[in-house]
Design a protein around this ligand. Structure first.
Ligand SMILES: NC(=O)c1ccc[n+]([C@@H]2O[C@H](COP(=O)([O-])OP(=O)(O)OC[C@H]3O[C@@H](n4cnc5c(N)ncnc54)[C@H](OP(=O)(O)O)[C@@H]3O)[C@@H](O)[C@H]2O)c1
Length: 320
């Protein structure tokens, strides 16, 4: 069946950020789907903050499709410590990519944002319509404002130039290519590493932060890659669209499932003196489900595959 806006498998697709967790998953997915002309440049080849370099690259490559998976990303600590850099780098990266793509008359573009764009106290599950209805979480508001500007640039370019550009907001991601650094990683890869190291060293207890009751949603990154192609082929609207699983679980349960995946059999205790963060963060994915796409990978399956990737890459990761 041809989807409404099927992409020719010989189209030239430029994936900005193609070495990152998301960009590399999209690259693999498009290759598996038969795309034969994928292009990308590392940050040392083309610094996306350098407007002239981006324009030179995009005009020489002349892509048919652009997927923007490049960003300066980080956890709470990095976002909170370097807000000016998160705001400035991300604004520059996305404005340069989108302006260059517009000048090169690229008709298909997908901009990837993040669920942190939504207000801190948005009603759960979070609908796309809650955008700009309340204050942001202050620890990553600079990053969120940059991403909101990206959504606006997609909408404005559609309106002014009639291009079929779209934006999508993924929930928390995990999977191959994730950052497993002990202090600088997100919660799920941090748990994988801690439980793996505890199992290896024969530790009998692992302490997790907080009460364990906050609920979180996690999407396997390869599912996001599949959703990205699906949206380019089936979604053509100025409004952003959430990409998630539509299910969440308490952190305590997630920790137990990680422990089971890595073979850790000791106890898990909670340090309730540490903050819990927001009690729940779940995206409403009914817009995506109504289009006919649901995430195929369950958490246990995704954890198995993530752990297998972690074990294969453990030597390279230890040095980071
Ligand atoms: N990870 C998550 O849980 C999550 C959740 C929701 C949304 N997202 C979104 O997904 C996107 C990608 O995130 P990710 O997790 O894949 O991040 P990542 O693994 O850190 O990858 C970021 C990519 O951006 C590139 N990049 C950063 N600064 C650059 C610069 N100045 N010039 C050129 N390239 C630059 C990096 O290129 P090099 O490798 O060549 O340096 C890298 O390939 C972001 O927009 C993020 O908001 C991520």
């Amino acid at each position: 069946m041809n989807s409404p806006q099927a992409l020719d498998r010989s189209s030239r697709v430029y994936i900005a950020g193609h070495r990152g967790m998301v960009g590399s998953a999209i690259w693999r997915h498009l290759e598996n789907e038969g795309f034969t002309d994928l292009v990308g440049a590392t940050s040392s080849e083309v610094d996306l903050r350098d407007r002239n370099a981006v324009f030179d690259y995009v005009t020489s490559v002349k892509p048919d499709v652009v997927i923007d998976a490049a960003a300066r990303v980080g956890g709470i600590l990095a976002n909170n410590t370097y807000p000016a850099s998160f705001l400035s780098d991300n604004l520059q990266i996305q404005v340069n990519i989108m302006d260059a793509a517009n000048e090169a008359e690229v008709d298909r573009l997908l901009f990837l944002g993040s669920s942190c764009i939504y207000p801190k106290f948005a009603e759960q599950p979070i609908k796309e319509s809650s955008l700009l209805t309340g204050i942001l979480e202050p620890t990553n508001d600079a990053y969120a404002i940059a991403k909101i500007a990206g959504i606006m640039q997609v909408q404005a370019t559609r309106r002014q130039y009639g291009r079929r550009w779209i934006s999508a907001m993924p929930t928390n991601l995990y999977g191959p290519g994730d950052n497993f650094h002990p202090e600088h990683s997100h919660v799920l890869p941090a748990l994988v590493r801690r439980f793996h190291e505890a199992a290896e060293s024969g530790a009998d207890d692992v302490v997790i932060w907080g009460s364990g009751t906050p609920r979180r949603e996690f999407l396997y990154v390869e599912d996001l890659a599949a959703a990205s192609l699906f949206l380019l082929e089936n979604y053509d609207s100025p409004e952003t669209i959430n990409v998630g699983v539509g299910l969440d679980a308490p952190i305590r349960e997630i920790a137990e499932r990680v422990a089971a995946t890595v073979g850790y059999t000791g106890s898990i205790s909670q340090d309730t003196s540490k903050p819990d963060g927001t009690p729940r963060k779940l995206l409403d994915v009914s817009r995506l489900h109504d289009l006919g796409w649901e995430a195929p990978t369950g958490l246990d399956d995704g954890l198995e595959r993530t752990y297998a990737w972690y074990l294969e890459n453990i030597d390279a990761l230890r040095s980071k």
